[in-house]
Each structure stands twice: as C-alpha cells, then as structure tokens.
Design a protein. Structure first.
Lengths: 272, 567
C-alpha cells in the first residue's frame, strides 16, 4: 500500500503530522485516511482539507507513506512509527522521526532540529542537512537516542547525539559545537569538520571526527595513535588520535580525531 | 437566590459526627449543610449505592509559590508527560508532578478534595504564592508561613523575648495572610546560607547563638501564646538522612513539658522522610516502628505520612542542604534559591524505583507509619506533593492502606533485601472506610482547626465528595482496584453547595476561598515591635517594610479566621 500526500496550498503555519504514520494508516481505507484529524496551527482539520491524498494498492508489502512538497513547517513526521516507510520528497521540518521504533524514513531535502528525537530503532536517511540536536532528547529530558541509525548526507547543527545511549549517527558534512554532548553510548561519526568541544561530559560511547576537530577539551587525555577504527558499517582508515574522556565523568568514552586533518595536534604525540 | 440541594440515600461516612456507613439524606442550602430543605425547590442528587464523605482536606501540599514555579521551569519534560486539553468550562494545563495552577484545582476537585494547604511559603514570597493560589480554581486554600529560619524570630528567641517573637509572628501572619507556623529544618537552612547545615538539635546555628531545639521550643510557645488554630508544622532536622528517626523523636520529646493535655503541640510533617534508622544508606532501616511506638505512648504529636509512590517526581523543599545532597547523589538537575533573611529552597527531580533498596524502604516507612499508629485521628494522608509523588496518587495510597493484598502486589516486585528490614510484610491491619475518611478528611480538618470542614454536620461547609462505590457490597481488601478507580474520579464533588464535578469531569469552574488567620494582637504592641525591627529590616531586606505586606484586596474570596491571642 502506498499513500501519497500533497499539500493543497503551501503551509503558512506549523502542521502536526504525527498521526500520519504507517502504523496508523495500516488498516485504513481511503475514506478513513481522508477523515483523520490533524492540527494545522491552532485548528483541528481533516486530512482532506489540507492534503490531496492518493492511495495505490498495487505496491505490495508494508505501508509506504510519501509526502510530496515542502514540509519545512511540519512537525513530527513519522512520530513513534515502528514499521513501513516514509519518504519526504522535499524538506522535513522539526522532529522528524521522533520516538521512532522501526521502519525507515528518507528525506530528500533538509530537516530542522531534533531529527530522530528520543529514537529507539529504525533508520533515517536525510539527503540534505539537519538542524541541531540530532538524536537528542526533548528539552529538559535526559533520554536521548537509544537505538537505530541516522545518516545525514549534508551537515548538522550543534549537540549531535546529545544524551545518546545507543545506535549510530553519521554526518557526511560538518557539524557545530558539542557533538556527543553527555553521550552514554553509541557512536557518532562526523566525516566533515567539527566546530569544537566534541564529547563534552560524555560518559561512554564513541565520537569519530574525520575532519578538523576544532578544539579538544582539556578533560580529554590522549591514549594512542591508531591506524584505523571501526565505523558504523566499515573500518575507517586513519590514522587517528584516540582520546579518553570525559575525565570529569567516568572517562569510559573515546574520541577519535583524524591525524591528517589536524596537524596542530601533533604535539600530543610527545605525551604518549 | 439560595441554591438548595438534596442528596438522597447516600451511604455516609462522617467520622467527626460518628456516622459510619449509614444511609442518609444530606440537605444543602446557601453553601452550608442544613437540617432540611424544601424538596420541591431543591435540586435532587440520587446517591443511592454511593459513598459519601466530606470534601477532602490536604494538610500538606506544595501547590503554589516561587518554589513550585522553579519546579515548573526546571522540568519541561514533566509538562509533556501529562496535559489536559481545554473543555467548555475548564482551561488547559500541563504537568504531572508540578501541574499548572488551573490543572491543580481541577485534579483535586476530581478526586473529591476541596481544601488544600500550601505547605511552605516564605513571607517575602507570599505575594507570589497568593497570586498563584488565587489562580487555583474550586478548592479552598491557605498557606503556612515559614518562620523557622527567620532572622528576627531567631533573634527574639535567642534573647528569650518569646512574647515579642509572638507579636512579630502574629504580624507576619497577618501581613502576609498566612495560616500557621511552618518550621523547615530549624537553623539548618540559615546555616546553608554559609554552606553548612545543622546535624542535630543541639548544634549551634552560625552567628545566631541559638540551637534548633531552642527554635522549636520557642515557636511552640509562640504558637500557644497566639492560640493559633493549627499547631507548629515541623519539617525536622536531618530530613532524608539515615538514622534521623531519633532526631524527629527528640524534636517531639523536647516540647513534652509544655503539654498539659488538650490539643496536640506539634505536627511532624512528611514523617516518612524523617523515619529512617540504620547508620548509612547501605544499612538503611525502617524507623517507623520506633516512631509509632513513641507516638502511641504520648498525646502531643500528630503527623502526616508523606508517602512515597514509585514514580518519577520532583522534590521541592525549603530545606536547601537536603536538596544539594540529593543532587550530589543523583547527579541530575538541581535548582537552589535563597530567600533573603528568611529561608532557602531547592528543587531536584527524583525517581523512586521499586527495585532500589532505598526506594523500597521509603515506600514501606510511610505505610508502616500509617498502619502502626493506632489512632487514625493523629495521622494524615499526604504524599508531600510533589516530593513523595503527585497528589493524584492518593487513591493508590488509600488502596494500599485498605488492602494487604494490594500491598502484597507491590511487594512482589519490590526490592527483596529491603523488605527484610521493614515490618510491613507482617502487618495485616487494613483501613476501613471510616479510617480513610478520618485520615483524608476529618483528622486534617481537626488538626488545622477548621471548624466547618471535614464533617457533614449541620452548619458545616457544603463540601461533599460522592464516589460511585457501594461500601456495603464490595470488600476493599479484595476489590482494591474498584476503590482506586472510584476515588480517582468522584461521581460528584460539591463545593460550597455548588456541583463542580460530575462523573469525574469538572462541570463548573468557580473560585475557591482564601483562608488566613487574623490574630487580634493589640495594635500598640505590634507597633512597638515593628518600630524596633524596622531599621534592621530595611538594612537586611531588599524591600521596604511598607512593601512587604500582602493587602487583603489581593485575595480572592478572603475569609479570615479571627484568633484571640493571650497577650
């Protein structure tokens, strides 16, 4: 089953798409899908007042939801989904894949903050770039990403993988400050540059930076130089400086920084 | 127009008037309970097969004030856990452990509670407290005033000028519209201003030449001079530390000499948190047995249990050092506040877990206190909202008290090692509906000195809770789930003669009343003391003395209780 949603007019106000997930749509017919209630700004609307809905039964297997158009005003695409797939042919908005448990989300454009917020499983692929707090918990909470994988082809903002406990985040582009803030497990791989302060207050887990590291916090201690490290799917060729940290916490975490891209860190080899 | 109401054939539990499960009619007119009304003009509620109790009275609950607000700011995740959408009559709100003001009122009303006492409000923050209390709908409310660490009170007591301390306390109560004397960790919060704490009753409070023992004794005498309706409301020293049950008992014991029969002298609040034996956290034991044994042997103390429920909650108390210690052991979030010259506060989110050794001990201590103390009139049911759990957990606590089967169910999943060091598994006492009516209504109302609350006699306020459960047909010890369900959502709540809740839904949003005590101390005596205090007051405080009092016009539904002190 394949359900396609096209907005009738471009969104001027935030629209909450959390009810439109493959789990919810699984046993619905076209009439039920059209009469689903969603929030558009402060108003409750029926789906067919906002979207033109198209249902094609020919595609076999799990539910595939397709959002066509610009969804940068949307919130909570794929909230809590556990199976099926969602494809966004355009931008994705805030909190894409929040509390996701399984299935796949593919976003062809950019997404805003809180991609994969409190995620537990499944996979997200963003072709564009993401905002801040990828895989982080919602404000105030300390329960971050606990499983699944996120792949961002572009860059990302600050605090990538904050409070992350398990799972993996890969960013092909550059990231802002504090990747792996207060991390408890899992792995963050940054293929581009980092603005600095990677792994602040991390207790456990791994942060790998292949580009420039920006800055190394004084609470990180160099351990060794390693020729290659285990990435998410393949081994990453280095060599890498391996730091133990954050020593203000338990210091079980590891920060890997590419030697080639960070020649200014060469003095640290004397400390080994 | 006087609205008349007739509630027919309900099964009434009114322990203050000795009514135990009799089928009766209750007539209401003009907001009070009357002998009889004209049946043709009255609105009739058919309550046959339903349980009727007076409206609930919560003696200790942190529902308003700057401390609650810090809790709200500190815990945005708490807002997402629980929210209530707007309806035709109610406003929306959020929060599980620190709900917004409107939601607080609705949730209390839904459980059949109609009177709630904000447990600790520093006089300086009382304007904020009243702003928030004004915003809480339906329920009647009052605020206890924190005095245990007030510099002027401590100065007067250390100079042995008890009568002047009493006059100052009366002025504080009158000018800030407080209800009673609350003492939080006497001396300890002041010591926390210097980074320390007091660890026993005879430790010196820095720079004041006074000990916690003297503060408690002094304020107890102040309380009896002023003839306040409530006793002193004490949060003991060393709260939340191992081996503190002895500190609590010594605090009670120290004022036994001034007891000459009659009314109790001291109320130990959230006693569960000061009921631990065992010298360290790993050897923590329940001290409820010792406290219960002592309380059963004397008459001058009352307490509320401060039951812990296994949930994620927010602790907030004026006891700054306690919260700092909690923060150190939990390494989560922490907020600290200092109220100049008066007290401090701290807020820390806590999760009580049944798997944890300490959590299980804490859970057991509260229930042991309630079950081992023979006289229910001296025990009040609280969770010290939100410290032990939100007030919405009261039905659950009641079901534990009423059914050993319900307790057993929890114990099955609780920490085994902890249960070995408690006596709870061997207690088979089960509360009856009368006992429940006492600990949730009659006893708090009597201890607070509220004459027109907590009973259904003629002349009492028409605050009535009707629950859809037939106590003659069900056995609460077995069907505790039904009791829980019924108590969670009252069939009807009647507040001041108005039906505010029907079938667990709020149907009318009315403002509650604001209760405070008006102590009639002669004006010249107050002037004398204030003249002496004023220069130092304006030196120490960042506010002027004239900006300090709360005007009565600020209170919605102000209803002062006149008190004649023996000065």
């Amino acid at each position: 089953m394949r359900v396609t949603f096209r907005p009738l007019t471009p969104f001027k106000v935030p629209v909450d798409l959390s009810p439109i997930t493959p789990d919810n749509l699984e046993d619905m017919d076209i009439g039920e899908i059209r009469s689903l209630q969603i929030s558009l700004g402060s108003k409750r609307k029926r789906v067919d007042e906002v979207f033109s809905v198209e249902l094609s039964e020919d595609a076999e297997g799990e539910v595939a939801v397709v959002f066509m158009g610009d969804f940068s005003k949307a919130r909570g695409i794929g909230s809590g989904m556990s199976k099926g797939s969602i494809t966004v042919k355009g931008s994705g908005g805030l909190r894409v894949g929040e509390y996701m448990r399984g299935g796949t989300i593919v976003v062809e454009g950019d997404v805003d903050h809180w991609l994969g917020m409190g995620m537990r499983g499944g996979s997200i692929n963003v072709k564009g770039s993401a905002g801040s707090y990828v895989g982080a918990p919602p404000k105030g909470s300390s329960k971050g990403m606990r499983g699944g994988s996120i792949m961002i082809e572009g860059g990302a903002g600050e605090c990538v993988g904050a409070y992350m406990r398990d799972g993996s985040i890969e960013v092909k582009g550059s990231v802002g400050l504090f990747p792996g803030l207060r991390m408890l497990g899992g792995v963050v791989v940054v293929y581009g540059d980092c603005m600095g302060r990677a792994g602040a207050r991390m207790k456990d887990g791994r942060v790998i930076i292949l580009g420039r590291a920006g800055s190394i916090l004084p609470t990180f201690q160099i351990e060794e130089v390693r020729p290659s490290v285990r990435g998410v799917r393949e081994r990453l060729e280095g060599p890498f400086y391996v730091f133990q940290g954050d020593l203000s916490e338990d210091g079980r975490g590891r920060l890997f920084v590419s030697k080639q891209s960070n020649p200014e860190l060469e003095y640290l080899e004397k400390l080994l | 127009m006087k609205e008349a109401l007739l509630i027919r054939n309900g099964i009434v539990y009114d322990p203050m008037n000795g009514v135990e499960g009799e089928v009766m009619d209750i007539a209401v007119e003009g907001g009070v309970i009357v002998e009889d009304v004209d049946e043709r003009e009255a609105k009739v509620i058919d309550a046959s097969g339903m349980l009727i109790m007076p409206g609930g009275v919560d003696i200790h609950s942190h529902i308003a004030g700057s401390k609650s607000n810090i809790g709200r700011l500190l815990r945005p995740e708490d807002h997402r856990r629980s929210y209530e959408p707007r309806t035709a009559v109610t406003r929306s709100g959020v929060g599980h452990t620190v709900p917004s003001t409107k939601t607080t009122g609705y949730r209390y009303a839904r459980m059949g509670y109609t009177t709630v006492f904000e447990a600790a409000s520093p006089p300086l923050k009382q304007k904020h407290t009243w702003e928030e209390l004004n915003d809480i709908p339906i329920i009647d409310k009052a605020a206890l005033t924190v005095m245990g660490n007030n510099w002027f009170i401590m100065d007067f007591i250390s100079q042995d000028r008890i009568e002047d301390a009493a006059i100052y306390a009366a002025w504080l109560l009158k000018s800030t519209k407080g209800y009673g004397i609350k003492i939080v960790n006497p001396g300890g919060v002041e010591a926390w201003g210097w980074g320390g704490n007091v660890y026993d009753l005879d430790d010196q409070v820095p720079y004041f030449g006074i000990t916690p023992r003297e503060i408690v004794e002094g304020l107890c005498r102040v309380n009896s001079i002023l003839n306040l309706p409530h006793t002193i409301h004490v949060h003991t020293n060393r709260l939340g530390m191992p081996n503190n049950c002895w500190t609590a008992l010594r605090t009670v014991h120290t004022i036994r000499k001034s007891f000459g029969g009659g009314r109790p002298l001291i109320h130990i609040t959230h006693c569960q948190f000061s009921g631990y034996a065992g010298s360290t956290w790993t050897t923590l034991r329940s001290g409820a047995e010792y406290i219960a044994k002592y309380v059963n042997s004397i008459d001058h103390v009352t307490l509320d249990i401060g039951q812990v429920v296994f949930t994620d909650t927010t602790t907030m108390t004026g006891d700054g050092p306690l919260e700092f210690r909690l923060f150190q052991s939990l390494a989560g979030k922490w907020a600290n506040a200092d109220v100049e010259v008066e007290t401090g506060a701290g807020v820390v989110p806590v999760k009580y877990s049944r798997r944890s050794y300490v959590g299980t001990i804490q859970w057991a201590v509260g229930l042991e206190l309630a079950l081992l103390i023979d006289d229910p009139w001296r025990v009040c049911l609280t969770t010290d909202h939100p410290n032990g759990g939100p007030f919405t957990a009261y039905p659950r606590v009641i079901s534990w008290l009423m059914s050993s089967k319900a307790r057993g169910k929890v114990m099955e999943k609780a920490n085994r090692r902890a249960l070995k060091y408690t006596v709870l598994p061997s207690i088979d006492r089960e509360y009856t509906f009368t006992d429940v009516a006492i600990v949730t209504r009659a006893a708090p109302a009597r201890l607070l000195g509220l004459k027109s609350k907590g009973h259904l006699g003629v002349g009492a306020d028409a605050d009535i809770a009707i629950y859809d459960i037939d106590p003659r047909k069900i056995d609460p010890a077995v069907d505790y789930r039904m009791v829980r369900r019924a108590l969670r959502r009252a069939a009807y709540t009647i507040k001041g003669g108005r039906i505010v809740v029907v079938k667990g839904e709020v149907v009318e949003d009315i403002p509650g009343r604001s209760i405070w005590v008006d102590v009639a101390v002669p004006g010249d005596r107050i002037e004398e003391v204030i003249r002496e205090v004023k220069p130092r007051f304006e030196e120490f405080y960042t506010v002027k003395l004239s900006n300090y009092p709360v005007p009565e016009s600020m209170l919605i539904g102000s209803s002062p209780i006149k008190v004649n002190p023996s000065i």
